[in-house]
Design a protein around this ligand. Structure first.
Ligand code: GLC
Length: 421
């Protein structure tokens, strides 16, 4: 596909998925506004319609809770093609929503939007209005999700990581009871079951959803009692980078907010705390199960995200890069979301092996900035090859390169126009 074809198709996909000011990830399978999808998709709108790009973020912020949380899904309009919907979550304030969040990359995407914006006046206008809400969002993470001041925030649901059925969560999820009521999944109406999570995982995902509701969404009650509590290495890395980007934007536009000093102090804490996620045995970063204090064993591409954050020290960085080089050559296309030599690697099943372009874009950005251009270049070339071979799918089989999950996917369109041309 040449640049003109990519631009044309990407624009069509975004227009098709535009539900009126917000973009759904793909029709049918995901018919609402998702947090980190929208942040990336906003960037995808920039070459076509900058005002529409900024509007994407405005619609996301419209679902913000009073405590600052921006939910993982905002149910602007009803739909019967997705489960679990607002009736099961029982949450939301001005708008119905889920009661958890998702990787907080929105500030980083806003900085990226500013960089590519042609209309800097519009960008300034939007940023000045939106930044205070994003500051509140970051403060919520630090306050509600790190009440013990560990320097790393906790996540309460695999869906909050955005990497739903990653094998990194397998052990932590086993401690969660399964619901016993019967329900009908809707994802299997859209996608082959070989590419989706198993029922036993869904039973536990739903237990957690009910648990939050039973706790009346009380921050401390959940922190103390949640059967699933993980320091996610990728989420913390994205939060770190986004906090740096948020400070940069706030300085640029002279935003005054008492929370900025808090965020600055949190950055320093995370710089040290990230090392508690390093395993000397695997010489790699892992998430930590806070219920047991153990690192999650599996090696997943989440462990490369500290490179994207720019917080890996000079002793660890070459080790991580050499692992990435080996990993990149263990599947036909780089970089598989689970290390292919693992017994849990499944190259077609969702977060257990397939290639996700937005993740690889972030990791490649990290390696490029850390001066590993060859690795970054290979990841980009492989991403382009996948797009050429299979089009704008949700994720890709790491060996055959086949498109998997939903088609005409918004974040794939966004990454294609932003990274691959
Ligand atoms: C799936 C993905 C998640 C994404 C959502 C919408 O749940 O795991 O990361 O945000 O779909 O695309």
């Amino acid at each position: 596909m040449n640049s003109t074809q990519i631009l044309k198709t990407a624009h069509q996909i975004l227009q098709m998925n535009d539900f009126g000011g917000y973009t759904v990830p793909t029709q049918g399978l995901y018919p609402f506004q998702w947090n980190w999808d929208s942040a990336i998709t906003a960037l995808g709108w920039m070459p076509f319609d900058e005002a529409r790009g900024w509007q994407e973020i405005e619609m996301l912020v419209a679902g913000q809770w009073k405590n600052g949380m921006i939910p993982h899904i905002i149910f602007h309009k009803g739909s019967d093609t997705y489960f679990p919907g607002p009736d099961i979550w029982g949450a939301g304030e001005k708008l119905e929503s889920t009661s958890i969040s998702q990787p907080p990359i929105v500030a980083s995407m806003m900085l990226e939007m500013l960089r590519v914006a042609k209309d800097k006046e519009l960008a300034e206008d939007k940023l000045v209005t939106l930044l205070p809400a994003i500051i509140e969002y970051h403060l919520w993470w630090y306050r509600d999700r790190d009440p013990e001041n560990l320097g790393l925030v906790a996540s309460y649901h695999p869906w909050e990581s955005g990497m739903d059925n990653s094998p990194a969560w397998d052990e932590a999820l086993e401690a969660v009871p399964q619901v016993t009521w019967s329900y009908q999944r809707r994802d299997l109406n859209h996608v082959d079951s070989a590419e989706r999570p198993h029922k036993v995982q869904y039973d536990r995902y739903l237990y957690l959803v009910e648990f939050f509701k039973n706790c009346e969404f009380d921050a401390l009650k959940i922190y103390e009692n949640c059967p699933y509590k993980v320091q996610d290495v990728a989420l913390n890395s994205m939060l770190y980078r986004a906090s740096k980007d948020l400070l940069e934007l706030s300085i640029e536009y002279k935003i005054e907010h008492p929370g900025l000093a808090v965020i600055e102090a949190e950055l320093t804490k995370t710089q040290n705390a990230i090392n508690s996620l390093w395993s000397p045995e695997s010489e790699f970063f892992h998430s930590k199960n806070l219920r047991t204090g153990e690192l999650c064993h599996e090696m997943t591409s989440a462990g490369f995200m500290p490179v994207y954050a720019g917080i890996v020290d000079s002793e660890k960085l070459p080790k991580v890069a050499s692992l990435a080089n080996r990993w990149a050559h263990e599947s036909t296309y780089s970089l598989a979301s689970t290390i292919p030599s693992s017994s849990r690697y499944e190259p077609q099943r969702y977060w257990r092996g397939p290639i996700w372009l937005h993740i690889n874009w972030m990791i490649a950005q990290g390696f490029a900035e850390a001066e590993y251009p060859a690795l970054a270049g290979k990841m980009r070339d492989d991403a382009k090859a996948l797009l050429d071979k299979s089009g704008f799918f949700e994720y890709f089989h790491a060996d055959s390169g086949a498109g998997c999950g939903g088609d005409n996917f918004s974040w794939t369109a966004a990454i294609a126009v932003h990274w691959l041309i």
